[in-house]
Design a protein around this ligand. Structure first.
Ligand code: HEC
Ligand code: HEC
Ligand code: HEC
Ligand code: HEC
Length: 496
């Protein structure tokens, strides 16, 4: 029977079949669309039940909390300080006390005064006020930092940027905005109140995309779940006299490509006071390194591990308690991996332990190279003789810092992190060799003398820091200036 004849003969049956099949397909598609829309619908329900109208840039997290109590309550938990994994946790640890070589590595730079491990977003404003790195500016001209330093601390930042203009914001001194920037990292940093979409509030990210021919506003939802974090957890620098916050990604995001960018721009963050090398300070390239790791390459976003879903009755929402994913392992790793919590933690610890072995070696050898370079200068070395030493020190330390300042890198991208650190170790030894060569040409043989840098105090003393004086001034600043900022902010209803 020909197809046409068959069709003629069974016309009615065929039509029925077609009808039933299409109905089934429509139903199935409907189910799919419903499940895709479910999350949007939940958000829409939340949205239509909101109690207050939020307009413009609203930095006060409590106001958003009226509309979105679940997200707000979990966000507030970033104030908790009760968790410690093997190497990290949600309270601050004095890293310089643990690894005093870092004081030597940062000689001449504010990080040698104080460096604590990060804690929850809730403390971002407190911590930038309290650190010795911002000094104790009683008057505007006493500032050692520009306003750019506030950039990743508060939703008051986009508000002030809109109010005074971007260039003016960056080029101002840090203390100028002390009474304005008062709410810790929160809702307006990551959301557009009109539709609650995740939104980019920091121009530096959008500008960096633009220079690479990309449009950040065209990103998918899954990408936004990473890009929200990439507004702050990235490498950046303060460009030019205007201290314009810039992400150095024009040539790419690897440690070498960013170094090339800085080298060509002849940029350095500071001159090392011992070795006189023109140094780079890596910030916290969590995003750049994460992209090179196994999870990003399988399409995961930061939120998949750091903002797992949580349920409250029938409502599913994103946990806004940003913390180590090991704290809620049953809602993070175990969503995708079947291993036991112990096994999963062990994966993380193995990566971290192995990478820390190399890291600790680098810190010792690199500190030694800086001290050796100082000895060579003191012995009468010339600029020309020292050039190769200084280039190696800059390159070695840039690599070390890039790998270490990205706090999660040893888990996020273990192979890349180990690669970077091994190059750093190699360059640190090369720098030592060059120092020995210079010393030999000056008639010095054998080892150069090493000072006692076995504690933070001893190391700070060696590089000539007067911590006693800094401490006294900071205490005065915290007692007299900070309460004035807070009071003024309350009077102006900037702070609830
Ligand atoms: C660091 C960035 C960040 C901050 C800060 C932040 N959010 Fe979110 N928020 C997200 C991300 C990412 C999602 C998930 C979006 C998605 O999956 O589409 C989200 C989702 C939401 C949703 C949608 C429903 C849900 O839970 O998935 C609401 C509502 C929300 N956030 C409210 C808030 C409120 C209120 C605050 C302040 C207390 C806040 N957010 C602070 C990044 C942030
Ligand atoms: C507006 C800038 C900003 C944004 C956006 C941001 N962070 Fe942070 N984050 C910080 C700062 C600053 C700290 C350190 C705070 C401190 O120690 O006072 C921090 C700390 C953290 C910590 C350490 C917390 C702890 O308990 O030790 C984690 C984890 C973290 N952020 C993850 C994320 C993730 C994931 C995202 C995106 C969903 C994100 N952050 C978005 C600025 C930001
Ligand atoms: C596959 C899961 C996973 C993803 C995805 C992920 N992280 Fe992490 N992150 C971890 C783990 C595990 C640690 C180590 C926690 C520990 O040791 O307690 C960590 C650590 C961190 C830390 C250091 C926390 C501290 O207490 O010092 C920061 C900051 C961080 N991650 C930010 C990010 C950012 C930003 C992204 C996206 C660019 C991201 N993470 C993506 C699992 C993840
Ligand atoms: C959203 C899903 C998801 C989550 C959440 C997740 N992972 Fe994974 N993980 C993956 C995928 C996918 C791979 C790649 C698997 C493959 O290709 O075989 C992977 C790979 C790994 C690997 C092997 C890495 C390598 O070098 O290939 C380890 C270890 C791992 N995950 C540990 C963890 C830990 C620990 C956590 C929690 C902090 C976690 N994962 C969270 C999906 C996830």
């Amino acid at each position: 029977m020909k197809i046409k004849e068959f069709f003629e003969k069974h016309r009615r049956a065929t039509l029925w079949t077609v009808f039933v099949l299409s109905a089934a397909a429509v139903f199935a598609l409907g189910l799919l669309a419903a499940s895709i829309n479910e999350r949007r619908a939940e958000i829409a329900t939340l949205f239509s039940n909101k109690r207050v109208e939020i307009k413009g840039i609203e930095p006060r997290n409590e106001i958003w909390g009226e509309n979105y109590p679940r997200e707000y309550e979990t966000w507030k938990k970033t104030s908790e300080q009760d968790f410690a994994s093997k190497h990290m946790g949600n309270s601050t640890v004095d890293v310089l006390e643990q690894r005093p070589e870092m004081v030597i590595l940062w000689a001449g730079y504010a990080f040698s005064r104080e460096y604590g491990s990060p804690r929850g977003h809730f403390y971002a404003v407190d911590d930038v006020r309290n650190t010795f790195r911002t000094g104790a500016p009683f008057k505007e001209e006493e500032n050692i930092q520009p306003a750019t330093c506030w950039s990743c601390k508060s939703p008051d930042v986009p508000r002030m940027m809109a109010e005074v203009g971007l260039e003016k914001f960056y080029s101002s001194k840090w203390s100028v905005f002390g009474h304005e920037i008062v709410n810790p990292i929160g809702c307006a940093d990551c959301h557009n109140p009109e539709n609650m979409n995740v939104a980019i509030s920091r121009p530096a990210l959008a500008e960096a995309f633009e220079r690479r021919g990309l449009d950040v506003s065209k990103s998918s939802i899954q990408e936004m779940r990473t890009l929200a974090c990439a507004q702050c957890h990235v490498e950046y620098y303060f460009k030019g006299d205007g201290k314009y916050l810039t992400f150095p990604w024009d040539k790419g995001m690897s440690v070498e490509e960013i170094e090339k960018y800085y080298d060509e721009a002849r940029f350095s963050d500071w001159t090392h006071t011992l070795s006189k090398a023109p140094m780079l300070k890596a910030q916290h390239p969590d995003y750049e390194l994460f992209l090179m790791g196994p999870h990003a390459q399988r399409g995961l976003s930061c939120a998949d591990c750091h903002m797992p879903y949580k349920t409250d009755g029938a409502i599913k929402f994103s946990d806004h308690h940003l913390v180590s994913p090991l704290k809620y392992i049953e809602r993070t790793c175990q969503v995708c991996h079947r291993d036991t919590p112990e096994k999963l933690m062990d994966y993380v610890y193995q990566y971290q332990d192995k990478i820390n072995e190399t890291r600790d070696r680098v810190e010792k050898e690199l500190a030694k190279a800086h001290i050796g370079a100082k000895y060579a200068w003191d012995t009468g070395a010339t600029q020309e003789q020292m050039k190769p030493v200084l280039d190696l020190l800059r390159a070695a330390q840039w690599r070390w810092d890039f790998a270490v300042a990205s706090h999660g890198a040893s888990f996020h991208a273990p192979v890349e992190t180990q690669r970077i650190l091994s190059h750093s170790l190699d360059k640190s030894f090369q720098a030592q060799l060059q120092v020995q060569k210079v010393l030999a040409s000056l008639g010095v043989t054998g080892n150069f003398p090493m000072p006692d840098i076995s504690t933070k105090d001893k190391a700070q003393n060696y590089i000539g820091l007067d911590m006693k004086d800094l401490r006294a001034k900071k205490e005065e600043f915290k007692r007299d200036i900070v309460p004035q900022w807070i009071q003024k902010a309350k009077e102006n209803k900037r702070l609830l």
